[in-house]
Ligand binder design. Structure first.
Ligand SMILES: Cc1cc2nc3c(=O)[nH]c(=O)nc-3n(C[C@H](O)[C@H](O)[C@H](O)COP(=O)(O)O)c2cc1C
Length: 201
């Protein structure tokens, strides 16, 4: 029983050196993302590369404001809200590059009923996940490490508007990318408890 080495090589790395990531490499990673499977031969994704200080700042500020409002509504104490939002801001502005995975309805089917419309959206979201995984799996070949960051799925409109993206591009996934900090110690990957996670019928 073994997992292919290229799959094992993708780990969530949360610390990077200051070395920038060149745009040709980022383009290569987006190309890798775009060979992922998708429903109806569609590509309901758009990828936004965020590698300028100004755009990182705008994204961190826009998503931070949305998260701050959510946390305040949840009754989280103000000092803790500051702590969480500041840490998130540092994570975004400190990353050498970020890729936002956005969903569009381009190429997807439309249904008159909500149940099938929701299923169609679910298919698109699954395919975005596959595309993001492709991108992250391709990164080590370029000497890069990555980590998926959940934030935009909670505030897609805030992320879109922060970067002045087209109205129909809704960010649902974010990956931070860079050259891995050699001092970063990744979390131990638990073994796969196959007996608990799969069934045969
Ligand atoms: C949809 C999704 C959202 C995630 N969001 C975050 C996040 O916000 N911050 C973070 O540090 N890691 C995040 N991760 C990374 C997971 O923590 C990580 O994949 C998991 O712990 C397994 O570790 P590994 O990727 O090194 O195998 C996310 C992963 C996925 C798939």
């Amino acid at each position: 029983m073994s997992v292919p080495a290229f799959l094992e090589a993708r780990r969530s790395i949360r610390a990077f050196t200051g070395e920038p990531v060149d745009r040709a490499t980022l383009d290569a990673l987006v190309e890798a993302a775009c060979v992922a499977p998708a429903p109806h031969h569609s590509r309901p994704w758009r990828f936004v590369i965020v590698d300028t200080a100004a755009a990182k700042q705008d994204l961190a500020t826009g998503m931070g404001a949305a998260w701050r409002a959510d946390l305040a509504r949840d009754g989280v104490p103000a000092a803790r809200v500051d702590e969480l939002v500041d840490a998130s801001h540092r994570k975004i502005t400190g990353a050498p590059a970020l890729v936002l995975g956005c969903l569009t309805w381009d190429g997807l089917d439309r249904y008159p009923d909500e149940a099938r419309q929701r299923a169609e959206f679910g298919m698109a979201l699954l395919s975005l996940g596959a595309a993001v995984e492709n991108l992250m799996v391709a990164a080590p070949e370029h000497g890069l490490a990555s980590c998926w960051v959940a934030a935009p799925i909670f505030c897609p409109e805030a992320a879109r508007d922060a970067l002045s993206l087209p109205a129909e591009w809704l960010p649902h996934a974010m990956v931070v990318l860079g050259h891995p900090d050699p001092a970063y110690v990744g979390r131990v990957r638990p073994t796969v408890p196959l007996e608990d996670l799969r069934a045969f019928r």
